[in-house]
Write a protein that binds this ligand. Structure first.
Ligand SMILES: NC(=O)c1ccc[n+]([C@@H]2O[C@H](COP(=O)([O-])OP(=O)(O)OC[C@H]3O[C@@H](n4cnc5c(N)ncnc54)[C@H](OP(=O)(O)O)[C@@H]3O)[C@@H](O)[C@H]2O)c1
Length: 248
């Protein structure tokens, strides 16, 4: 399946840990040229260095996805360095879950800014290039929480439902430009994500759940590689996967 991955220029937001990092490693091993964006510059620099040391092509660009100009600079860097952009993975996100009655407005704002507006800014940055190329692939990251709402997770679920809605609208709109769209909805995958929960009782519950149920981040990377690796006339629009043992 790696046939249609080799040589592709893939921009990944949230590449400093978890799902983004795992995707960068797998796609680089499959011959993609990866452009890594995140705020923790030391981490993406180290990863780019590691991938380059193994014979891959990788650059790191410090990016906060809540700033549209920074996301544009990330994508511009891909085009300046490698001449084009084939794929963007709008992956950066956070999950500070808490019941609505705790009124964590700061965290709701943050989730809306990163999980929804960050995805929109990735589209803003990549779409003009992809339209011009008449080729490209936009991969957005939703969640099982984009399909099921659970008490205590309303705002996170709302942001991930929004990503599903945006992805379906995008899918229909970019047909004339030969652009593929995929939205991937993972269940529990072992990453740093539960560390973004600040309410101690909620965090304790999630850490326990993740320790028991979460599967390795490669699971996500393989889903990404599956979607990208298809022949150009095959558009994998939605992938929902969970740990086999996870119910909701
Ligand atoms: N793990 C799961 O169980 C799971 C399940 C469903 C969906 N997801 C989704 O998968 C995506 C990746 O999460 P993960 O599980 O890999 O968690 P993670 O290990 O915490 O990684 C989150 C990534 O997002 C980046 N990020 C956060 N805020 C950012 C900002 N303002 N600007 C740029 N980058 C930012 C972080 O980088 P910096 O901090 O360095 O900026 C980090 O690289 C998220 O959208 C999450 O909602 C995860």
């Amino acid at each position: 399946m790696s046939d249609n991955i080799e040589g592709k220029v893939v921009v990944i937001t949230g590449a400093s840990s978890g799902l983004g990092e795992a995707s960068a490693r797998l796609l680089s091993a499959d011959g993609a040229r990866v452009v890594l964006g995140a705020r923790r510059h030391d981490r993406i620099e180290a990863l780019a260095g590691e991938l380059t040391g193994k014979g891959g092509k990788a650059i790191a660009v410090t990016t906060d996805v809540t700033a549209c100009e920074e996301v544009k600079k990330l994508v511009d860097a891909a085009v300046q360095t490698y001449g084009r952009i084939d794929v963007i993975i709008n992956n950066a996100g956070l999950m500070p879950q808490s019941p609505l009655e705790r009124l964590r407005i700061d965290e709701w704002d943050r989730m809306i800014d990163v999980n929804i507006k960050g995805v929109l800014y990735g589209i803003v940055a990549a779409l003009p290039y992809m339209k011009q190329q008449k080729a490209g692939h936009i991969i957005n990251v939703s969640s099982a929480a984009g399909h099921k709402v659970r008490a205590g997770g309303a705002v996170y679920a709302a942001t991930k439902h929004a990503v599903l809605a945006l992805s379906e609208g995008l899918r229909q709109e970019v047909k004339p430009y030969n652009i593929r769209t995929t939205v991937i909805s993972p269940g529990a995958v072992a990453t740093e994500l539960p560390n973004s929960i600040t309410e101690p009782d909620v965090a304790a519950g999630f850490h326990k759940f993740y320790e028991e149920f979460a599967i390795p981040a490669d699971s996500f990377a393989r889903a990404v590689a599956f979607a990208i690796g298809q022949p150009n006339d095959v558009d994998i629009n939605e992938i929902l996967f969970r740990p086999t043992r996870q119910e909701l």
